[in-house]
Design a protein around this ligand. Sequence first.
Ligand SMILES: Cc1cc2nc3c(=O)[nH]c(=O)nc-3n(C[C@H](O)[C@H](O)[C@H](O)COP(=O)(O)OP(=O)(O)OC[C@H]3O[C@@H](n4cnc5c(N)ncnc54)[C@H](O)[C@@H]3O)c2cc1C
Length: 376
Amino acid sequence: MAKKKVIIAGAGLSGLTLGTALAQRDWDVQIFERSLELREVGAGLYTWENGLKVLETIGVFDEASQNVEFITNLDMIDKTYGLMHSTKFTNESRFCVIPRREVHKALVRACERAGVKIETNAETVSADPSGNVQLRDGRTFKADLIIGADGVHSNVRNSLNIGIKEVVGNGAWRALIPRIEEDKTGVAEEHWNAYRRIGIAPSTDQYRYIYLTGMTADEEALSEPFNKDAWLSSFPHLESVLERIDQCRLDKNFYYIYLNSWKKGRVALLGDAAHGMEPNLGQGAGVSITSALELAKQLEWNDIDIALNCWEMLMKPTADKTQIWSRIYGAAAANWPKELLGIRPEIISNAMGSENIDLMLSTAARYVTGLEVAVR
Ligand SMILES: Cc1cc2nc3c(=O)[nH]c(=O)nc-3n(C[C@H](O)[C@H](O)[C@H](O)COP(=O)(O)OP(=O)(O)OC[C@H]3O[C@@H](n4cnc5c(N)ncnc54)[C@H](O)[C@@H]3O)c2cc1C
């Protein structure tokens, strides 16, 4: 019997994960990537139990996570250095920060091993529900299934004329900084002062990951070039960390993507193209690669139409909830009424201490594909 064929637009973390998982299930996989080369940005990737299980399942964990340090505590700290909340991690609920480039490189190699064909400098401009795609250079292709894994600004999604893209007035700088002996081990921190936040986390034995997030309207904080003094004025106690920033990358705005359904005929949207969100919970990629593996499993067990229905039924509630809680977290961080900032630490501390809120915030981390699969 001829192999089933899938065409994937986008060689980001979602597209590469799905490509690997489907090729491992004997699909003929073609990925078209718009960029001239296969690469990721130089930053860290918060990776929780859900994402780690995916990397393990498709066989890229060892390569991606070399010298990565596992984190035992994630602390939220207010401007007076008071601890608002500490989340603890165990061997069953792991958390670490893997350099993005390592995850991406390991996924590209896994694709190669599994026989995935990847073509760069190949932009998808449109797809139609009958399973055809068109590239910018005019070529057209047909497949049993087309996947739009082409990020928040997805051409595939736009060409289907579905979904809503919402721009959020918050953004972030990201960098990997050299690690020094005085750095804490096993502890990640997020420091809050008014509407600015700085997160610092151990990554590998050589690097720490730092992100600096604030409102887009806060020009001093979120305009190029990076203004170290603006951030020092809010976080003077983090001077030793800020001084180590050399190269950093700015995302001036974040985006939410909302879809009633992730599929139309033989086209499905995956990852940020389907459920882009503010990175407040560090779960955008985690949910995306979990969804990719879940889709591959459903396609192994079911006909394509049934598989797409089962996949969406299983994954969409988790993605929807993660978007909602990312938005709530973002509102507490960046939209809190100015006159009530003084009581924010106490309110956050009480809220984060509640078991229900903890459960909601960790919805994505707890969705480990393979354990919750009930539909065949
Ligand atoms: C500041 C910031 C911090 C974040 N931190 C974390 C974190 O710590 N942990 C976490 O889990 N998530 C995090 N995220 C979210 C995470 O980055 C995304 O959810 C994840 O990268 C989505 O992967 P993707 O493959 O769906 O999309 P993308 O990473 O956007 O990849 C899309 C790919 O498609 C290509 N492409 C685009 N258009 C086309 C086209 N028309 N044709 C062909 N190819 C195309 C692009 O070049 C790219 O290679 C963060 C996001 C931001 C902005």
